[in-house]
Design a protein. Structure first.
Lengths: 339, 405
């Protein structure tokens, strides 16, 4: 949990106006349109959004994992040093070292032809000048740290010999191999069963406490976000539409999209009542409408919403909301929305 | 993420049209037939698809046994898949995908099946539809034994029982337009082409897709939510009485999922449907189901009315499963791991109670004998649907410790 003193320290990761465009065959997809956030040591920020909102692309852009036809703009500072303009060779040293990433599908993120032990040891040798034996010992330590049973034997396993949850743990071990200060997690629990998902979430929380890394956690699942985040940023059509502490976002959402997303998150308490679905579907990133991208689906939208870019209103707790009608929306109780 | 796709002209066009999708919310009002023709809840097919035998009953001419008779009765359903390997491709192991599963679906209810991957819930659905041939077991559809000489044929059953799959794209033929896909089954069952197409367009309208815009579209020209609506329309084309929804909303975004769940609720009422709703999402099942079946490694471990299963689960597995559900409350986060490890491999599952290897209460008896489904320990007898649990140990059924969410 970050307190005031931590927030005043220099952020571990500071992202300003990150923008990502895919230009291909004459069309331009504006996937990320000015995302800014900063993270303190030991803090978890969750980027919550639906498919196509640009949440995964933002993460991949931070690690430069996007294809050649991508244009990335903005400023990314890792421990105070700008990294977006680094030459490729220098950037490769950071990737998997100071900043690393875990993915949704460990089977495709791990190399199927090498054992787990070898993959972890190789990462350590690449980034730190140590010999193979030391690296191997560190790999064993890491597998124990992520609570893989009989770790010594598991070092010799190939990815296909492990179960889904075990592979995800192995991938976390690999990502933590060089004690990164920032861990990027791209839907790491989405493909897992619910009993395994909670194990991985608890593990990440515990590892963060022990190692103090900052985590950017990307998910579409409000439940996972509530379990892991200190702060939540809700993303829509390539922009953050609302940020705040996990409590603020889940208890008192201000943006109509956040409200809609939470209202359409099904739970048993809603039995017998009609779900408040958001009508329509997200806009095309090829031809984003002017003004607020959510306006065409928004019940509060006015003419002003579609005129010009919507300014950001900051909240007293350091969050923000990108909505002209936020004050009107906030006053509306859910019951009134129903009527 | 589908940025690559978004660059294609088709998808650009698709997204432009996607604003139509919200029409799903108005399905209920668009459908006027129910009020115009009170004796026929929906326009009947003229190709003698409806069984005439039951005309004496007022409501649904196909209802044979009356409301007390279960619509579908499944007894001792079993499917073991051989695992072949080695030099001579011999059978080296068996996956006990579904083992001795029995349950009944009442007319008009929604039965939910929950469980983790590999628990046999999807195999059960496929066995019911006879997409896979069961090794053993009987299915009785409204009093008629399926596939027996004295009962009804598999084809006759399929007319009354249809299925919607998880992957909306792969379950549609990419080379057929929506109207062709939807009218295919009725045509195969002998309805003239133009009549079947007309009805398909009517169905598209009922699932919230404007037939003028969507009837001639191919699957790749629709968004995921729209495709799933079309799949639902296709499932309804034969006027089934039972619809099996196998993870039908799992692949959809939350906001679209809510739209489709609303649609399913509307259609259920309008067409007098019974649902078998299979999902790994415990929240969705709690929302839609009347009764729930909890499966673990091919067996039913607990069944009962949704309130009882969710409020006072008795099986240690059910309790652990619900305790694993994220809390949706940042102030009351999960702090203890309800279960460790992954579900075991269904190849050669543990003897006796299959959950015993992960169960905190397991004793010798759990390894020796398979527990039967029976009334939970200390439960008062009830008139309503029974709450049954497959666990030997009374102390495991009442212990607080785990599973207290």
């Amino acid at each position: 949990m970050p307190d005031g003193s931590m927030l005043q320290q220099q952020p571990v990761l500071d992202v300003q106006n990150l923008a990502v465009r895919f230009r291909r065959r004459g069309s331009e997809v504006r996937a990320v349109n000015g995302v800014s956030f900063s993270l303190a040591r030991g803090e978890t920020l969750t980027i919550l959004g639906e498919s196509g909102s640009g949440k995964s692309v933002s993460l991949k852009a931070l690690l430069r994992l996007l294809p050649d036809y991508t244009e990335t703009a903005g400023e990314v500072r890792l421990n105070g040093a700008e990294i977006l303009s680094l030459p490729p060779a220098a950037f490769a040293k950071l990737r998997g070292g100071e900043i690393s990433m875990i993915f949704q599908e460990p089977m495709s993120a791990l190399d199927p032809v090498y054992t787990i032990g070898r993959q972890i040891a190789e990462t350590i040798v690449q980034h730190e000048a140590v010999d193979r034996r030391t690296a191997r010992a560190r790999a064993l330590e890491l597998l124990e740290r992520v609570k893989i049973p009989s770790a010594a034997r598991r070092l010799e396993n190939y990815p296909h010999e492990m179960s889904g949850g075990m592979r995800q743990r192995a991938m976390i071990a690999l990502a933590l191999a060089c004690s990164p200060s920032v861990l990027l997690a791209d839907e790491p629990t989405t493909a897992l069963d619910v009993t395994v998902q909670i194990q991985i979430l608890l593990l990440l929380r515990q590892l963060q406490q022990e190692l103090g890394m900052a985590i950017v956690f990307v998910t579409h699942d409000v439940g996972a976000a509530a379990e892991i985040s200190d702060r939540i940023a809700v993303m829509y059509a390539g922009r953050f539409v609302e940020t705040g502490t996990a409590r603020e976002i889940i208890r008192a959402p201000q943006h109509p999209y956040t409200k809609g997303l939470l209202a359409s998150t099904v739970h048993g308490g809603l039995r017998g009542s009609k779900l408040e679905a958001i009508p329509g579907s997200p806009p095309s990133l090829v031809s984003l409408p002017p003004g607020c991208a959510f306006a065409p689906r928004c019940r509060y939208a006015t003419d002003a919403c579609v005129q010009d870019d919507v300014p950001v209103t900051t909240t007293p707790t350091g969050g923000m909301v990108r909505c002209l009608r936020a004050s009107a929306v906030a006053k509306t109780q859910p019951q009134e929305v129903n009527a | 993420m589908s940025y690559g796709q978004n660059t294609s002209p088709a998808s650009r066009e698709r997204s432009r049209r996607e604003s139509d999708e919200g029409e799903g919310d108005r399905v209920g009002t668009q459908h006027k037939n129910a009020t115009e023709r009170p004796d026929h809840p929906h326009p009947p097919l003229r190709g003698d698809l409806s069984r005439a035998a039951g005309e004496v009953y007022g409501r649904d001419p196909r209802d044979r046994g009356g409301p007390a008779q279960p619509l579908l009765l499944v007894e001792n359903l079993r499917k073991h898949f051989p695992v072949r390997g080695g030099l001579l491709n011999r059978k080296v192991a068996t996956v006990q995908a579904v083992d001795d599963v029995s349950f009944a679906i009442r007319k008009g209810e929604t039965l939910g099946i929950v469980g983790e991957s590999g628990c046999g819930k999807s195999t059960t659905a496929r066995l019911l539809m006879r997409l896979i041939e069961p090794d053993a077991g009987a299915t009785v559809f409204d009093g008629d034994m399926v596939g027996s000489r004295s009962g009804i044929s598999v084809n006759a059953m399929r007319r009354q029982m249809q299925m919607v799959f998880q992957d909306s794209y792969s379950s549609l033929n990419p080379r057929m337009t929506m109207v062709d896909s939807i009218s295919y089954a009725p045509r195969m069952h002998g309805i003239p082409r133009n009549q079947a197409s007309e009805r398909a367009e009517h169905l598209l309208e009922q699932v919230g897709l404007n037939p003028r815009t969507y009837a001639r579209r191919y699957p790749h020209e629709l968004s995921g939510g729209q495709r799933q609506r079309a799949n639902i329309a296709r499932a309804l084309a034969l006027e089934p009485r039972l619809v099996i929804l196998d993870e039908a909303v799992s692949a959809l975004d939350k906001s679209v999922e809510a739209q489709v769940l609303n649609l399913l609720a509307d259609l259920k009422q309008q067409f007098n449907l019974t649902y078998l709703f299979i999902s790994h999402d415990l929240n969705v099942v709690e929302y839609v189901a009347d009764r729930v079946l909890v499966m673990y490694l091919g067996r039913v471990v607990e069944t009962g009315p949704v309130e009882q299963i969710y409020r006072s689960p008795r099986h240690p597995y059910t309790r652990a499963l619900f305790a694993s559900k994220p809390t949706l409350d940042p102030d009351r986060r999960t702090t203890e791991m309800p279960l460790t490890g992954d579900p075991p491999n269904p190849i050669n599952p543990p003897s006796g109670c299959r959950f015993r290897t992960r169960c905190a209460f397991a004793q010798a008896v759990c390894a020796d004998a398979t527990p039967d489904l029976s009334a939970p320990f200390g439960a008062p007898p009830t008139d309503g649907p029974a709450h049954l649990v497959a666990c030997h140990l009374p102390e495991a059924q009442v212990a607080a410790g785990i599973g207290h969410a």
